[in-house]
Ligand binder design. Structure first.
Ligand code: PMP
Length: 411
């Protein structure tokens, strides 16, 4: 049977007495635990949410690199400001405008990927026991951060139109009534990780109202918004409210995650604190990576590259949907209109985590649904990430997955 690293770490630790209590909340992400398995070439990985960087035009990146070395080398190799490079922030304004978001350069800050923005925000807002409302299911990396901050993570009912405003209001009021501080709503409104679902325009307005009325700050995390397959998703929530929403973006999915550059647009008072927190944590975001991206954006057809990604992921999404219909007709799936993911619901009673070693034996890996909940739900769900394997391998992977699932169903 294939060996899986399932999250246990070494038992011998001479420093157990010295850790802060909250270190106990650091758990190995089920996604990262899969990395050693999925790197085996014979395994088709539908697990980690990785972009297909083989679709990047390497020559353009090289041109950006050469231009950077020729023109801005000393700057690129030096420390930078804690808020990030001004020219890059101006360029980010153009990218955000594609989502209908207009924010000033002063209110933008560069981070080490948007994961880092989430960490800074959670640190800034969440004391132990404070409530953060999230979708059901929610992004594993955010759930991990909130758990580490010892926050109360409340999953709110979410369907194919996104989070339910009624359920949101009900959950917030119930928790406020219990005397809890309901501080944040964390959302991935476009092509969500892990569900692939997009929040409708109507619900965006309603969600804004629910939060405004109750003084709940919205974190709108939007790494996938530009990766739509047919039509643009509805306007960003930040476009409708610049005081109540902190907006996160990233170059990881529209360019490359290896560069580790993301950004956060926040109301001025929050942004001031974020910059102080950024400086305290890392002094400055990586100047070299920022400059390389800035050069890339100024000398290449970066929108053309995004269009290439869109077409590619659409082909892979189609391959996944076709294979699911063919091989797993008894399994429910979402139909993402963009992004990287779809979300499977297996019949009650099946356990996707227990099935994983069997799947790896069949040479396919996926992420079990429980990774996307802070409360143990998701046992009969699977996140399928179709972005990284070739379209052909997406089909092969789903066929292999069906061998395991159908066997369980027939037992
Ligand atoms: N938010 C969401 C919803 C994500 O899917 C990811 C990456 N998987 C991130 C944030 C973090 O991305 P990065 O730090 O690479 O910008």
């Amino acid at each position: 049977m294939a060996e899986l690293r399932t999250g246990s770490v070494t038992n011998f630790d001479a420093w157990k007495h010295a850790y802060a209590a909250r270190a106990a909340n650091l758990s190995v992400s089920e996604v990262r635990a899969l990395f050693s398995v999925v790197s085996r070439p014979e395994v088709v990985s539908l697990a980690g949410g990785m972009p297909d960087v083989s679709a990047l035009n390497g020559e353009l990146i090289e041109q950006a690199f050469q231009s950077l070395m020729a023109n801005r080398r000393n700057y690129a190799l030096q420390y930078g400001g804690g808020q990030g490079d001004v020219r890059l922030r101006e360029q980010i304004q153009e990218i955000m405008a594609l989502d209908g978001v207009h924010g000033s350069v002063e209110d933008l800050m560069i981070t080490t990927g948007s994961q880092h923005a989430l960490e800074l925000l959670a640190d800034l807002f969440l004391d132990q026991g404070d409530v953060v409302l999230v979708e059901a299911p929610s992004y594993v990396g955010a759930v991990g951060i909130f758990r580490h901050k010892e926050a109360h993570i409340e999953h709110v009912f979410t369907d194919n139109e996104g989070i339910s405003p009624e359920a949101l209001a009900e959950a917030a009021d119930r928790l406020i009534e219990q005397g809890k501080k309901v501080k944040l709503l964390y959302l991935v409104p476009n092509f969500a990780n892990p569900s692939g679902v997009t929040l409708t325009a109507e619900r965006r307005q309603q969600v804004l109202e629910v939060c405004r009325e109750r003084g709940i700050l919205i974190i709108e995390d939007n790494p996938y918004g530009l990766l739509y397959f047919d039509q643009k998703p509805p306007q960003a929530m930040r476009a409708m409210d610049d005081e109540g929403v902190v907006y996160l973006g990233s170059f990881s999915k529209i360019l490359s995650p290896g560069l580790r550059v993301g950004y956060v647009l926040a109301p001025p008072a929050i942004r001031e604190k974020l910059v102080l927190a950024n400086e305290s944590a890392i002094l400055s975001p990586a100047t070299f990576a920022q400059m390389l991206i800035s050069e890339y954006l100024s000398i290449t057809d970066w929108q053309g590259q995004i269009e290439t990604y869109r077409q590619l992921y659409k082909t892979k999404r189609d391959a996944a949907i076709e294979a699911l219909g063919q091989y797993l007709p008894r399994v429910e799936t979402t139909h993402p209109a963009g992004g990287f993911f779809l979300w499977l619901t297996l019949p009650e009673g099946l356990n996707s985590k227990e099935m994983l070693p069997l799947a790896v034996n069949e040479l396919v890996a996926y992420t079990p649904g429980t990774a996307f909940y802070g409360d143990g739900r998701g046992a009969n769900n699977i996140r399928v990430c179709f972005s990284h394997p070739t379209a052909e391998n997406v089909k092969v992977g789903i066929k292999r997955l069906s061998n395991v699932v159908n066997l369980q169903l027939d037992l």
